[in-house]
Design a protein around this ligand. Structure first.
Ligand SMILES: O=C(O)CCC(=O)C(=O)O
Ligand SMILES: [Fe+2]
Length: 239
């Protein structure tokens, strides 16, 4: 993983940012080394088995054991990649902040409850690494409606967008559009070990479920909350 050190003029980073703008996402194929991916897959299988075959999620790196995911948010190349893409797209220096990281392991009857809920992320750039993808049944694709909004100037503006989407009517309409095969929705088949980027803050997105007897596991590293310094946000969160 030394893409950025081999890219001193920022050609790769610029191309990735342009790809996200043009296509709704960008991908670096086989970003994860096979042995690292194998370790993470074993970790996911064990975690789901220990939870009786049901969904588990891990926030942060503490409980990620010896997997590559525990080290990824400190990996200089990965950090430089994300910051570089951010700076190119936003036109401002990338903030010196860490990632909001989640490992989502879908399986069992609960897999549906964690799927097909369209949302905006609170962070500008979303990096996604599939760890396990279903081999049969529902493919568990990533669904993206690219660039459905801009970066809101205020946290309240952001909140209004979220409220407008996070209700039964809006979700039902989006699900109807999905089932009717809306061309605006990108249906991205994921490959384990690839690294995908998209504008999580700006693009409505969600994931398809997997069947109860399958596993769908994705690592998400969210970067840069535009409203991190908002006084309104802090006041609301305090309650
Ligand atoms: O698991 C996925 O494919 C997407 C999850 C997601 O969008 C999120 O956790 O914010
Ligand atoms: Fe998301």
């Amino acid at each position: 993983m030394n893409f950025v050190s081999r890219d001193p003029s920022g050609t790769l980073v610029g191309a990735l940012a342009a790809q996200i703008d043009a296509n709704g996402y960008a991908v670096i194929e086989d970003y994860v080394a096979p042995d690292e991916l194998r370790g993470a897959r074993a970790f996911v299988a064990d975690a789901i088995a220990a939870n009786g075959g049901e969904y588990v999620g891990f926030t942060g790196t503490e409980r990620l054991g010896g997997t590559f995911l525990a080290d990824l948010p400190e990996d200089p190349d990965f950090v430089a990649l994300c910051r570089g893409i951010y700076a190119r797209a936003v036109g401002k220096p990338a903030p010196e902040v860490g990632f909001y990281q989640i490992l989502r392991c879908l399986s069992g009857r609960g897999a549906r409850a964690h799927s097909m809920r369209f949302h905006y992320d609170s962070y500008v750039l979303t990096a996604l690494i599939p760890i396990v993808v279903p081999e049969r049944g529902s493919p568990g694709r990533l669904i993206i409606l690219p660039s459905t909004r801009g970066l809101r100037r205020t946290y309240l503006g952001n909140l209004v967008d979220k409220v407008l989407v996070d209700n039964r009517l809006a979700q039902a309409l989006l699900n109807v559009a999905y089932r009717r095969g809306s061309r605006r929705m990108i249906r991205l088949s994921l490959k384990p070990g690839n690294l995908y980027f998209f504008w999580g803050y700006r693009s409505l997105h969600t994931n398809e479920p997997c069947d109860a007897d399958a596993i769908r596991a994705t690592a998400l590293l969210h970067y840069a909350d535009p409203h991190a310094d908002s006084r309104v946000k802090r006041a609301l969160r305090r309650r």
